[in-house]
Design a binder for this molecule. Structure first.
Ligand code: AMP
Ligand code: GLY
Length: 437
């Protein structure tokens, strides 16, 4: 089979790494990919949002299956376009992608199907929102309705900060048109967990759970990021919680999709708050999480290509999905300054020094080729490569280790993190620390 993965982050690297293990795979491509993905797949220089370009290339190259990683092309309708071009695709169509692209779409879906979530109200003009400031008390949860690269949720602690945030979102338009509509929610308390599920039109199958660390600094301090690390399985889950999630969230969600004519096929990522009153949905995303995928796919025993094909063919119920009885920990190495502004092009060293069973998933990396006649930027010698891996994004690498126990996986991940370096590199030391909650 010829498979094309769309995207360029750590998530897409993990997907490519796992797909490569399938005996059914003949050729693997990734558009646009990154320096790490290039070792597992042939990178094709087309941007993930260039839907026309991707469709044309996939058709020309007789791709049997396309797998879409990021949310933006999904919201733009890449799945509809690829399917129209006759290419089997793993990912939700444009109609279903609203579940991530519009908070208000998801809130009304959850409310309509009695799925536990925070109470909410939505606003399309600044004056009515200012008149309702603090409507549910403080902290006040303000959410830009549209996609804002994971940054569209602002949670001011008091009235003055809330007014300032509303001015920024609706007055200064810091999130552009994504905040033309704002959803205000009750503030939920509890601990957060991520649950990724494979979904087709008849079946929803949760993957193993994962725990994400969203803030930049140790102790959950500082601004939100795309995710600074994960571990799997989550230590917060037990049979009782899983049963509650299944009965109160997963089953009504699938029934709701069927009732509303949402023919969802792909991954549904459920952001959960495990509150004293039971699990509640914070948000839906309609793709694999990043960096949840890195920890979770390291533990998948089954053939990922079989699962993708089954979902695309609405035969998910026919595949058995098995997990390894191991724990996984992924530590993200980020550029100095991230999630604010940061410099790119920093030489990464130590990538060849990691243990064989540890996987370093690449996110913001690229291959810098040295000019003719110069020494290799990596080994500083006359090697043949003349190329070096340099940073090219905020989240750069995800060092992912497995172990028989959580502590073993954690120790191995951090031991390997210390062998890698680049100027300004930052990471959280408390990823997987059990007593943080
Ligand atoms: P979201 O993008 O909707 O997942 O929100 C980003 C983060 O904001 C979440 O991971 C939570 O930490 C926080 N958050 C979102 N909604 C709520 C809520 N209703 N109550 C408390 N925290 C929230
Ligand atoms: N790690 C959170 C996300 O992928 O949205």
């Amino acid at each position: 089979m010829k498979v094309l993965v769309v995207g360029s982050g750590g998530r897409e690297h993990a997907i490519c790494w796992k797909l490569k293990q399938s005996p059914k795979l003949d050729e693997l491509y990734c558009a646009p990919g990154n320096a790490g993905i290039a070792k597992d797949a042939v990178c094709v220089d087309i941007k993930a949002e260039d839907i026309e370009g991707i469709c044309a290339w996939a058709k020309e190259n007789d791709i049997d299956l396309a797998v879409i990683g990021p949310e933006v092309p999904l919201a733009m309708g890449i799945v509809d376009a690829l399917e129209e071009a006759g290419i089997k695709t793993f990912g939700p169509n444009k109609k279903c992608a609203q579940l991530e692209a519009s908070k208000s779409f998801t809130k009304s879906f959850l409310a309509r199907h009695n799925i536990p979530t925070a109470g909410y109200k939505e606003y399309t003009d600044k004056e009515s929102l200012l008149a309702d400031v603090g409507i549910y008390g403080y902290p006040m949860v303000l959410k830009a309705d549209g996609l804002a690269a994971g940054k569209g949720v602002v949670i001011p602690e008091n009235e003055a900060d809330a007014i300032a945030a509303i001015e920024e979102m609706m007055g200064d338009k810091v999130f552009g048109s994504a905040a033309d509509k704002i959803v205000v929610e009750e503030f939920l308390t509890g601990v957060e967990a991520s649950m990724l599920c494979f979904v087709d039109e008849n079946t929803i199958v949760p993957m193993e759970s994962a725990q994400d660390y969203k803030r930049i600094f140790d102790g959950d301090k500082g601004p939100n990021t795309g995710g600074m690390g994960t571990y799997s399985p989550s230590l917060l889950f037990n049979e009782e919680v899983e049963q509650q999630i299944r009965e109160q969230i997963l089953e009504p969600t699938l029934a709701g999709f069927q009732k509303d004519g949402l023919d969802f096929k792909g991954v549904l990522f459920i952001g959960l708050m495990l509150s004293e009153a039971g699990p509640k949905v914070i948000e839906f995303n309609n793709r694999f999480g990043d960096p949840e995928t890195q920890s979770v796919l390291m533990r998948l025993d089954s053939d990922l290509l079989d699962i993708f094909l089954a979902v695309a063919d609405n035969k998910l119920a026919d595949v058995e999905i098995k997990w390894k009885d191991e724990r996984a920990v992924c530590v993200v190495l980020a550029s100095g300054g991230y999630p604010g502004s940061y410099e790119k092009g920093k030489l990464i060293s130590g990538l060849d020094d990691v243990d064989e069973d540890v996987v370093v998933f690449h996110a913001g990396t690229k291959l810098a080729t040295m000019p003719e006649g110069s020494k290799c930027a990596s080994c500083q010698d006359d090697c043949d490569m003349k190329a070096a891996v340099v940073t090219s994004g905020g989240r750069v690498l995800g060092v992912t280790a497995t172990g028989a126990t959580h502590d073993e996986a954690r120790a191995k991940a951090f031991d390997n993190v210390k062998r890698i370096s680049f100027e300004g590199m930052q990471y959280r030391n408390d990823i997987g620390l059990i007593n943080r909650h």
